[in-house]
Design a protein around this ligand. Structure first.
Ligand code: AR6
Length: 169
């Protein structure tokens, strides 16, 4: 698997799947979630609503991932995953790692070749970006998958710099 970094907006990535840092309601929100629904259009929310009704009435659990159409995005699929809210008193790293592992598992189920990840939990959910980057890169590197092209798409220069530090190691 080739792992690369891009600074920019994940909604512009022409990849098979973009990963969304969603919340368990699957009904949208701010940050990258808001951007994906805005740019992708209502088809994504329609499918999220159907998934809630059929499988996730209680919400998509933290650390899990599920795919929908990508609507009008230049991608084929959106893989929604729910990161943990950062806690200084409890180590939730396994849940964050699970987001990346489960997204890759769903990607393999779909048979896709390229995937773009945001820095899950590193925005509204408050995860320190250096630590989020270490978990993200470490997990994607160590997870066996048939995906050939995995990109981390970082919105801010700070997030890009943090991922760049980690990826060199
Ligand atoms: N492309 C790539 N990265 C982005 C974009 C974008 N268009 N927009 C923001 N980011 P966040 P979380 C970065 O807050 O911390 C939502 O309300 C952002 O700079 O989107 O997992 C959900 O519904 C940060 O580095 O996700 C949940 O309620 C990273 O994406 C909650 O926020 C993640 O920030 C999830 O919080």
């Amino acid at each position: 698997m080739r792992i690369s970094l891009v600074q920019g907006d994940i909604t512009e990535q022409p990849v098979d799947a973009v990963v969304n840092a969603a919340n368990s309601s699957l009904l949208g929100g701010g940050g990258v979630d808001g951007a994906i629904h805005r740019r992708g259009g209502p088809e994504i929310l329609d499918e999220c609503r159907r998934l809630r009704a059929s499988h996730y009435g209680g919400g998509l659990p933290t650390g899990q991932a599920v795919a929908t159409t990508a609507g009008r995005l230049p991608a084929r699929w959106v893989i929604h995953t729910v990161g943990p809210v950062y806690s200084a008193s409890e180590d939730r790293s396994d849940q964050l790692a699970s987001c990346y592992r489960e997204s890759l598992r769903v990607a393999d189920e779909l048979g896709i070749e390229s995937i773009a990840f945001p820095a899950v939990s590193a925005g509204i959910y408050g995860w320190p970006v250096e630590d989020a980057a270490r978990i993200a890169v470490g997990t994607v590197r160590s997870t066996p998958s048939k995906v050939g092209d995995a990109r981390f798409v970082l919105f801010t220069p700070d997030a890009y710099a943090a991922f760049e530090q980690v990826i060199r190691l």
